[in-house]
Design a protein around this ligand. Sequence first.
Ligand code: PLP
Ligand code: COI
Length: 344
Amino acid sequence: MSPKDIDWKSLDFNYRETDYSYVSMYKDGKWDDGELTKDHTVTISECSGVLQYSQSCFEGLKAYTTEDGRIVCFRPDMNAKRMHDSCLRLEMPPFPEDRFVDAVEKVVKANKDWVPPYGSGATLYIRPYMFGFNPVIGVKPADEYMFRILVTPVGPYFKGGMKPVEVTIPDFDRAAPHGTGGIKAGLNYAMSLHPIMEAHRNGFNENMYLDPATRTKVEETGGANIIFIKDNGKTLVTPKSDSILPSITRRSICYIAENILGMKVEHREVFFREVAEGEFDEMGLCGTAAVISPVGQINDHGNIIHIKAGMEEMGPATRKLYDTLTGIQMGRLPAPEGWIYEIK
Ligand code: PLP
Ligand code: COI
Protein backbone atom coordinates (compact mmCIF):
# COMPACT_ATOMS: atom_id res chain seq x y z
CA MET A 1 0.00 0.00 0.00
CA SER A 2 1.18 3.54 -0.70
CA PRO A 3 0.13 6.70 1.15
CA LYS A 4 -1.64 7.82 -2.01
CA ASP A 5 -4.14 4.96 -1.60
CA ILE A 6 -5.23 6.05 1.87
CA ASP A 7 -8.52 7.79 2.56
CA TRP A 8 -7.14 9.78 5.53
CA LYS A 9 -10.56 10.85 6.80
CA SER A 10 -11.78 7.28 7.33
CA LEU A 11 -8.56 5.90 8.82
CA ASP A 12 -8.97 3.73 11.93
CA PHE A 13 -6.47 3.00 14.72
CA ASN A 14 -4.70 0.00 13.19
CA TYR A 15 -1.19 -0.91 12.06
CA ARG A 16 -0.23 -0.24 8.46
CA GLU A 17 3.31 -0.88 7.27
CA THR A 18 5.10 2.27 6.10
CA ASP A 19 8.46 2.69 4.31
CA TYR A 20 11.04 2.75 7.10
CA SER A 21 11.51 1.74 10.71
CA TYR A 22 14.48 2.62 12.91
CA VAL A 23 16.61 -0.01 14.64
CA SER A 24 19.52 -0.03 17.07
CA MET A 25 21.11 -2.93 18.97
CA TYR A 26 22.66 -3.00 22.42
CA LYS A 27 25.49 -5.54 22.62
CA ASP A 28 28.71 -5.90 24.63
CA GLY A 29 27.61 -3.07 26.92
CA LYS A 30 26.91 -0.42 24.27
CA TRP A 31 24.37 0.80 21.72
CA ASP A 32 25.40 0.65 18.07
CA ASP A 33 24.98 3.65 15.73
CA GLY A 34 21.43 2.71 14.72
CA GLU A 35 19.93 2.94 11.23
CA LEU A 36 16.77 3.19 9.20
CA THR A 37 15.55 -0.13 7.84
CA LYS A 38 13.00 -1.27 5.28
CA ASP A 39 12.75 -4.61 7.08
CA HIS A 40 9.59 -4.60 9.19
CA THR A 41 10.21 -8.01 10.71
CA VAL A 42 12.34 -9.10 13.67
CA THR A 43 14.01 -12.50 14.00
CA ILE A 44 14.79 -13.54 17.56
CA SER A 45 15.82 -16.64 19.53
CA GLU A 46 13.00 -18.83 20.77
CA CYS A 47 14.45 -18.20 24.23
CA SER A 48 14.85 -14.40 24.03
CA GLY A 49 14.20 -12.37 27.19
CA VAL A 50 11.10 -10.74 25.73
CA LEU A 51 9.49 -14.06 24.81
CA GLN A 52 10.22 -15.74 28.14
CA TYR A 53 9.88 -12.98 30.72
CA SER A 54 8.19 -10.12 28.84
CA GLN A 55 11.14 -7.76 29.23
CA SER A 56 9.85 -4.92 27.10
CA CYS A 57 8.72 -1.33 27.25
CA PHE A 58 7.42 1.14 24.71
CA GLU A 59 6.35 4.71 24.01
CA GLY A 60 3.72 6.43 21.91
CA LEU A 61 3.78 9.88 20.30
CA LYS A 62 2.54 11.45 17.09
CA ALA A 63 3.68 13.53 14.13
CA TYR A 64 1.27 16.15 12.79
CA THR A 65 1.06 18.28 9.67
CA THR A 66 0.48 21.86 10.79
CA GLU A 67 -1.84 24.37 9.14
CA ASP A 68 1.17 25.95 7.37
CA GLY A 69 2.43 22.58 6.10
CA ARG A 70 5.25 21.83 8.55
CA ILE A 71 5.69 18.39 10.13
CA VAL A 72 5.99 18.50 13.92
CA CYS A 73 6.11 16.19 16.92
CA PHE A 74 4.70 16.97 20.35
CA ARG A 75 7.20 16.93 23.24
CA PRO A 76 9.31 13.91 22.12
CA ASP A 77 11.83 14.68 24.88
CA MET A 78 9.16 13.72 27.42
CA ASN A 79 8.74 10.30 25.80
CA ALA A 80 12.53 9.89 25.80
CA LYS A 81 12.61 10.61 29.53
CA ARG A 82 9.69 8.31 30.33
CA MET A 83 11.26 5.46 28.37
CA HIS A 84 14.46 6.04 30.32
CA ASP A 85 12.47 5.61 33.55
CA SER A 86 10.72 2.49 32.20
CA CYS A 87 14.11 0.97 31.31
CA LEU A 88 15.59 1.55 34.76
CA ARG A 89 12.62 -0.18 36.43
CA LEU A 90 12.93 -3.15 34.04
CA GLU A 91 16.76 -3.46 34.32
CA MET A 92 17.16 -2.49 30.66
CA PRO A 93 19.91 -0.15 29.36
CA PRO A 94 18.20 3.19 28.54
CA PHE A 95 18.51 4.37 24.96
CA PRO A 96 20.19 7.81 25.30
CA GLU A 97 17.48 10.50 25.42
CA ASP A 98 19.08 12.77 22.80
CA ARG A 99 19.46 9.81 20.44
CA PHE A 100 15.81 8.87 21.04
CA VAL A 101 14.68 12.32 19.82
CA ASP A 102 17.12 12.16 16.91
CA ALA A 103 15.83 8.70 15.91
CA VAL A 104 12.22 9.95 16.03
CA GLU A 105 13.24 12.80 13.73
CA LYS A 106 15.03 10.45 11.30
CA VAL A 107 12.20 7.94 11.04
CA VAL A 108 9.47 10.57 10.63
CA LYS A 109 11.50 12.36 7.97
CA ALA A 110 12.05 9.09 6.09
CA ASN A 111 8.27 8.47 6.15
CA LYS A 112 7.12 12.03 5.54
CA ASP A 113 4.66 10.98 2.82
CA TRP A 114 2.87 8.95 5.48
CA VAL A 115 2.19 11.93 7.73
CA PRO A 116 -1.54 12.60 7.21
CA PRO A 117 -2.51 16.02 5.85
CA TYR A 118 -3.66 18.89 8.08
CA GLY A 119 -7.38 18.80 8.83
CA SER A 120 -7.83 15.10 7.97
CA GLY A 121 -8.28 14.03 11.59
CA ALA A 122 -5.48 11.48 11.11
CA THR A 123 -1.90 11.60 12.41
CA LEU A 124 1.28 9.55 12.17
CA TYR A 125 1.55 7.41 15.29
CA ILE A 126 5.14 6.80 16.39
CA ARG A 127 5.85 3.71 18.47
CA PRO A 128 9.37 3.45 19.95
CA TYR A 129 9.94 0.16 21.80
CA MET A 130 12.69 -1.92 23.28
CA PHE A 131 13.00 -5.55 24.31
CA GLY A 132 15.34 -8.21 25.72
CA PHE A 133 16.87 -9.88 22.68
CA ASN A 134 19.24 -12.71 23.58
CA PRO A 135 18.35 -16.11 25.08
CA VAL A 136 17.57 -16.03 28.82
CA ILE A 137 16.40 -19.13 30.67
CA GLY A 138 17.04 -18.30 34.34
CA VAL A 139 14.98 -15.34 35.56
CA LYS A 140 17.35 -12.44 34.84
CA PRO A 141 17.63 -9.46 32.51
CA ALA A 142 18.90 -10.00 28.95
CA ASP A 143 22.41 -8.79 27.94
CA GLU A 144 21.37 -7.68 24.46
CA TYR A 145 18.49 -5.39 23.52
CA MET A 146 16.81 -4.16 20.39
CA PHE A 147 15.42 -0.61 20.25
CA ARG A 148 13.08 0.06 17.34
CA ILE A 149 10.69 2.74 16.18
CA LEU A 150 7.82 1.93 13.87
CA VAL A 151 5.46 4.54 12.49
CA THR A 152 1.94 4.01 11.22
CA PRO A 153 -0.80 6.45 10.18
CA VAL A 154 -3.86 6.36 12.44
CA GLY A 155 -7.32 7.84 12.86
CA PRO A 156 -9.32 8.21 16.11
CA TYR A 157 -8.65 5.67 18.89
CA PHE A 158 -12.33 5.28 19.73
CA LYS A 159 -14.76 4.51 16.93
CA GLY A 160 -17.13 7.45 16.66
CA GLY A 161 -14.32 9.97 17.10
CA MET A 162 -15.30 12.65 19.59
CA LYS A 163 -18.60 11.12 20.73
CA PRO A 164 -18.67 10.49 24.49
CA VAL A 165 -17.81 6.93 25.51
CA GLU A 166 -19.12 4.68 28.28
CA VAL A 167 -16.63 3.09 30.66
CA THR A 168 -17.07 0.27 33.13
CA ILE A 169 -15.47 -0.66 36.46
CA PRO A 170 -13.66 -3.99 36.03
CA ASP A 171 -13.18 -6.63 38.70
CA PHE A 172 -9.52 -6.83 37.69
CA ASP A 173 -6.59 -4.58 38.54
CA ARG A 174 -4.30 -3.09 35.92
CA ALA A 175 -1.34 -2.65 38.22
CA ALA A 176 -0.20 -3.85 41.64
CA PRO A 177 0.57 -1.52 44.56
CA HIS A 178 4.31 -0.69 44.22
CA GLY A 179 4.28 -2.51 40.85
CA THR A 180 4.83 -1.29 37.30
CA GLY A 181 1.70 0.84 36.71
CA GLY A 182 3.79 4.01 36.61
CA ILE A 183 5.96 2.88 33.68
CA LYS A 184 5.10 1.93 30.11
CA ALA A 185 5.92 -1.78 30.35
CA GLY A 186 4.38 -4.14 27.80
CA LEU A 187 3.37 -6.43 30.65
CA ASN A 188 0.86 -3.85 31.95
CA TYR A 189 -0.98 -4.10 28.65
CA ALA A 190 -0.90 -7.92 28.63
CA MET A 191 -2.63 -7.72 32.03
CA SER A 192 -5.32 -5.47 30.56
CA LEU A 193 -6.22 -7.64 27.54
CA HIS A 194 -8.70 -9.92 29.28
CA PRO A 195 -10.48 -7.05 31.10
CA ILE A 196 -10.69 -4.93 27.92
CA MET A 197 -12.16 -7.85 25.95
CA GLU A 198 -14.66 -8.44 28.75
CA ALA A 199 -15.57 -4.74 28.65
CA HIS A 200 -16.05 -4.85 24.87
CA ARG A 201 -18.08 -8.07 25.09
CA ASN A 202 -20.34 -6.26 27.56
CA GLY A 203 -20.71 -3.25 25.25
CA PHE A 204 -18.37 -0.76 26.95
CA ASN A 205 -15.55 1.21 25.37
CA GLU A 206 -12.99 1.06 28.17
CA ASN A 207 -12.28 0.04 31.75
CA MET A 208 -11.86 2.60 34.50
CA TYR A 209 -9.51 0.97 36.98
CA LEU A 210 -9.67 1.72 40.69
CA ASP A 211 -6.58 1.73 42.92
CA PRO A 212 -5.37 -1.83 43.43
CA ALA A 213 -4.82 -1.51 47.20
CA THR A 214 -8.20 -0.22 48.38
CA ARG A 215 -10.42 -0.01 45.31
CA THR A 216 -11.81 3.28 46.53
CA LYS A 217 -9.85 5.70 44.34
CA VAL A 218 -9.92 6.39 40.60
CA GLU A 219 -6.75 5.46 38.70
CA GLU A 220 -6.92 5.45 34.90
CA THR A 221 -8.11 3.40 31.95
CA GLY A 222 -6.14 0.75 30.05
CA GLY A 223 -4.68 3.33 27.67
CA ALA A 224 -5.37 6.84 29.00
CA ASN A 225 -5.33 9.05 32.11
CA ILE A 226 -8.56 10.60 33.38
CA ILE A 227 -9.55 14.25 33.78
CA PHE A 228 -12.57 15.64 35.61
CA ILE A 229 -14.11 19.12 35.49
CA LYS A 230 -16.06 20.77 38.29
CA ASP A 231 -17.15 24.25 39.51
CA ASN A 232 -18.80 25.20 36.21
CA GLY A 233 -15.68 24.63 34.19
CA LYS A 234 -13.41 26.49 36.58
CA THR A 235 -11.55 23.51 38.08
CA LEU A 236 -9.69 20.60 36.51
CA VAL A 237 -9.13 17.56 38.73
CA THR A 238 -6.78 14.69 37.81
CA PRO A 239 -6.15 11.55 39.89
CA LYS A 240 -2.75 11.14 41.54
CA SER A 241 -1.24 7.72 42.28
CA ASP A 242 2.10 5.95 41.87
CA SER A 243 0.43 3.24 39.80
CA ILE A 244 -0.90 5.64 37.14
CA LEU A 245 1.22 6.17 34.00
CA PRO A 246 2.43 9.81 34.00
CA SER A 247 0.67 10.85 30.80
CA ILE A 248 2.39 13.56 28.77
CA THR A 249 -1.00 14.65 27.44
CA ARG A 250 -2.41 14.96 30.97
CA ARG A 251 0.60 16.97 32.17
CA SER A 252 0.24 19.23 29.12
CA ILE A 253 -3.51 19.67 29.76
CA CYS A 254 -2.82 20.64 33.39
CA TYR A 255 -0.35 23.27 32.18
CA ILE A 256 -2.83 24.58 29.60
CA ALA A 257 -5.66 24.70 32.14
CA GLU A 258 -3.61 26.63 34.68
CA ASN A 259 -1.47 28.88 32.49
CA ILE A 260 -3.54 29.45 29.36
CA LEU A 261 -7.17 29.00 30.39
CA GLY A 262 -6.85 30.35 33.94
CA MET A 263 -8.44 27.30 35.56
CA LYS A 264 -7.66 25.91 38.97
CA VAL A 265 -5.87 22.55 38.77
CA GLU A 266 -6.07 19.85 41.44
CA HIS A 267 -3.76 16.85 40.99
CA ARG A 268 -4.82 14.71 43.93
CA GLU A 269 -6.37 11.43 45.02
CA VAL A 270 -9.89 11.19 43.58
CA PHE A 271 -12.31 8.96 45.44
CA PHE A 272 -14.72 6.95 43.32
CA ARG A 273 -17.39 8.06 45.81
CA GLU A 274 -16.94 11.66 44.59
CA VAL A 275 -17.62 10.54 41.03
CA ALA A 276 -20.62 8.42 42.05
CA GLU A 277 -22.07 11.31 44.07
CA GLY A 278 -22.03 13.57 41.00
CA GLU A 279 -19.20 15.86 42.07
CA PHE A 280 -17.97 16.30 38.48
CA ASP A 281 -19.70 17.94 35.51
CA GLU A 282 -17.40 16.58 32.82
CA MET A 283 -15.02 13.68 32.47
CA GLY A 284 -12.49 12.76 29.78
CA LEU A 285 -9.82 10.21 28.87
CA CYS A 286 -6.55 11.73 27.76
CA GLY A 287 -3.49 10.35 26.04
CA THR A 288 -1.59 10.36 22.77
CA ALA A 289 -3.99 7.88 21.17
CA ALA A 290 -7.15 9.07 22.97
CA VAL A 291 -6.28 12.82 22.66
CA ILE A 292 -9.20 13.92 24.89
CA SER A 293 -12.16 11.57 24.58
CA PRO A 294 -15.20 12.61 26.62
CA VAL A 295 -16.85 10.09 28.97
CA GLY A 296 -20.65 10.30 29.18
CA GLN A 297 -21.37 7.59 31.69
CA ILE A 298 -19.82 4.95 33.92
CA ASN A 299 -21.37 1.54 34.38
CA ASP A 300 -20.49 0.18 37.81
CA HIS A 301 -21.78 -3.39 37.80
CA GLY A 302 -25.10 -2.33 36.30
CA ASN A 303 -25.41 0.90 38.28
CA ILE A 304 -25.15 3.78 35.83
CA ILE A 305 -23.39 6.96 36.89
CA HIS A 306 -24.36 9.76 34.53
CA ILE A 307 -21.74 12.45 33.97
CA LYS A 308 -23.60 15.76 33.69
CA ALA A 309 -22.20 16.59 30.24
CA GLY A 310 -24.03 13.49 28.96
CA MET A 311 -23.61 11.05 26.08
CA GLU A 312 -24.30 13.46 23.22
CA GLU A 313 -21.27 15.74 23.06
CA MET A 314 -18.12 16.93 24.76
CA GLY A 315 -18.75 19.32 27.68
CA PRO A 316 -17.73 23.00 27.26
CA ALA A 317 -14.60 22.98 29.45
CA THR A 318 -13.38 19.72 27.91
CA ARG A 319 -13.97 21.32 24.49
CA LYS A 320 -11.80 24.33 25.44
CA LEU A 321 -9.01 22.06 26.65
CA TYR A 322 -9.31 19.92 23.51
CA ASP A 323 -9.26 22.92 21.17
CA THR A 324 -6.26 24.45 22.92
CA LEU A 325 -4.27 21.21 23.07
CA THR A 326 -4.92 20.24 19.46
CA GLY A 327 -4.50 23.89 18.37
CA ILE A 328 -0.99 23.83 19.82
CA GLN A 329 -0.23 20.39 18.35
CA MET A 330 -1.40 21.41 14.87
CA GLY A 331 0.33 24.79 14.93
CA ARG A 332 -2.85 26.93 15.08
CA LEU A 333 -1.96 28.32 18.51
CA PRO A 334 1.38 29.42 19.96
CA ALA A 335 3.07 26.63 21.91
CA PRO A 336 4.74 26.88 25.29
CA GLU A 337 8.55 26.81 24.97
CA GLY A 338 9.90 23.43 23.83
CA TRP A 339 6.55 21.70 23.16
CA ILE A 340 6.76 21.58 19.38
CA TYR A 341 9.62 19.76 17.70
CA GLU A 342 9.80 20.51 14.01
CA ILE A 343 10.97 17.76 11.67
CA LYS A 344 13.09 19.58 9.08
N1 PLP B 1 -2.16 5.74 30.53
C1 PLP B 1 -1.88 4.63 29.85
C2 PLP B 1 -2.07 3.33 30.55
C3 PLP B 1 -1.42 4.70 28.52
O1 PLP B 1 -1.15 3.59 27.83
C4 PLP B 1 -1.25 5.96 27.93
C5 PLP B 1 -0.74 6.08 26.57
O2 PLP B 1 0.39 6.36 26.34
C6 PLP B 1 -1.56 7.10 28.68
C7 PLP B 1 -2.01 6.95 29.96
C8 PLP B 1 -1.41 8.46 28.09
O3 PLP B 1 -0.08 8.85 28.08
P1 PLP B 1 0.45 9.92 27.03
O4 PLP B 1 -0.39 11.12 27.20
O5 PLP B 1 1.86 10.15 27.42
O6 PLP B 1 0.28 9.30 25.70
C1 COI C 1 -0.73 5.88 23.49
O1 COI C 1 -1.67 6.66 23.67
O2 COI C 1 0.28 6.19 22.87
C2 COI C 1 -0.77 4.52 24.00
O3 COI C 1 0.24 3.90 24.07
C3 COI C 1 -2.06 3.95 24.37
C4 COI C 1 -2.41 2.73 23.62
C5 COI C 1 -3.75 2.31 24.15
C6 COI C 1 -2.47 2.90 22.14
